[in-house]
Design a protein around this ligand. Structure first.
Ligand SMILES: Cc1ncc(COP(=O)(O)O)c(C=O)c1O
Length: 429
């Protein structure tokens, strides 16, 4: 047995007795990490690195599912949190930090005139949907991408167990970069849309005119346009993807990197719609929790002052360009490809053979982990990563990819897997 992950496996057994899937977050669980061939629990992080419970060190290319833009334990952020902790965490009345961070968001984000906070991205996307239903008096929603765990969205995916059919019937998917698929939804007169919610970009760049076309359709049919910037916000551009692509939605949602790993999300938007917040119900005990707001204030100030978004863009481009050059040089394009934005890029496997696909995915997670790189197929760049770190990723791919192709071609891949093979997941992007 591979003893490298011995303590991960022990802790897995213990955790599974008391925690379903042994994780609070689906994508952090063993569904993404092959049991026995990758770490399953992290002990600590610093800068660009994490250490697992067996003491192995990794360059973290997942960065808590894009929640960290500045790396672990960014001193200015932790100092702000620590200072706030000495004054108290959650209070009986609102705190001034709520206003200060809201003002910063209104300064940075084109559509933001008014702001409310939540804890997870799902809080914000669900609030956006409720506002849209309240202001339009309509119930149907068009979705594109991933928007969280609540009934209104997850009911539209294959993971809809436990969601009432009546709720599922109100959510309709359309395809990214396919305006006709959205137009077709708008033309269903018996299901008038309250909102169109989409990730401004995930795997593919918006085709020319696509986001503008969504904006125009929303205006034509009287629906609210909501950009779900949970990932793209404070990653692609300081003003969000809406600044990068020049299309202003009615509402937008943020989470993840807004507080560099501290739990905060935000719904922002035009005041005329955000006013509905006074009549709908969106309220939680910890919505104004001050440690995360202090973190967000420090993060937003750092991003503004130190051009760190430019930094992660440059680093991301360096990695993506290097990887593309490598795929060409080693003639691996028949098996692999890249996609996405430099700050959130994807390494993709091309085969249509599902068994082979999951074997390759498993092999790559296994081999990258054994070369001290934590990745599940994406490269979520943080400013803490150095160019030497990125060179290490590239040199690892240089070693691993030709071997992977050779094993696949000679049908020896299954035998090369040291642990469980990853199983197909429900796909949302
Ligand atoms: C685009 C997008 N929207 C919403 C969410 C939901 O955020 P959370 O998991 O914080 O509830 C996510 C999470 O991955 C996301 O990527």
């Amino acid at each position: 047995m591979n003893t490298r992950y011995e303590h991960s496996l022990e802790l897995l057994e213990r955790a599974l007795r008391v925690i379903p899937l042994a994780s609070q977050t689906f994508s952090k669980s063993l569904v993404n990490y092959p049991k026995g061939a990758a770490p399953l629990f992290i002990e600590r992080g610093e800068g660009a690195y994490v250490w697992d419970v067996d003491g192995n060190k990794y360059l973290d290319c997942v960065n808590s599912l894009c929640a960290l833009t500045l790396g672990y334990k960014r001193p200015e952020v932790d100092a702000a949190v620590s200072a706030q902790m000495h004054n108290g965490v959650s209070f009986t009345l609102p705190h001034r930090l709520e206003t200060e961070v809201a003002e910063l968001l209104c300064e940075l984000i084109p559509c933001a005139e008014s702001v409310r906070f939540g804890k997870n991205g799902t809080d914000a996307t669900s609030a956006a949907v409720r506002i849209a239903r309240a202001v339009t008096g309509r119930e149907h929603i068009a979705v594109c991408g991933y928007h969280g765990w609540q009934d209104w969205y997850i009911g539209s995916t294959a993971r809809h167990l436990g969601v009432p059919d009546a709720v599922r019937a109100l959510t309709h998917k359309f395809d990214y970069n396919n305006l006709d698929s959205l137009q077709a939804l708008f033309e269903q007169a018996d299901q008038p849309l309250a909102a169109v919610i989409l990730e401004p970009m995930n795997v593919a760049y918006p085709a020319p005119g696509f986001l503008e076309g969504v904006r125009a359709l929303c205006d034509q049919y009287g629906a609210l346009m909501v950009l779900d910037e949970t990932i793209t916000g404070f990653r692609f551009h300081l003003g969000g993807a809406q600044s990068l692509f020049g299309v202003t939605p009615d509402l937008a949602t943020f989470g993840k990197g807004i507080a560099n790993g501290y739990p905060l999300s935000a719904i922002v938007g035009k005041a005329k719609y955000m006013h509905a917040m006074e009549d709908i119900f969106f309220s939680g005990t910890f919505g104004g929790e001050t440690l995360s707001l202090a973190a967000a204030k420090a993060v937003l100030s750092l991003l503004k002052e130190q051009h760190l978004i430019d930094d992660i863009n440059e680093k991301g481009r360096y990695l993506l360009n290097g990887l593309n050059a490598l795929l060409d040089e080693l003639q691996l394009r028949d098996y692999f490809d890249t996609a996405g934005h430099p700050t959130w890029s994807f390494f993709t496997v091309k085969t249509t053979d599902q068994t082979l696909y999951w074997q390759i995915k498993t092999y790559l997670v296994q081999e990258l982990a054994s070369h001290s790189i934590l990745s599940i197929g994406s490269h979520n760049i943080s400013s803490a990563m150095s160019y030497a770190d990125l060179d290490h990723v590239l040199s690892t791919y240089r070693q691993v990819l030709p071997r992977c192709k050779e094993l696949a071609q000679t049908e020896q891949l299954a035998a090369a897997l040291q642990g469980a093979t990853l199983q197909p997941l429900f796909k949302v992007r």
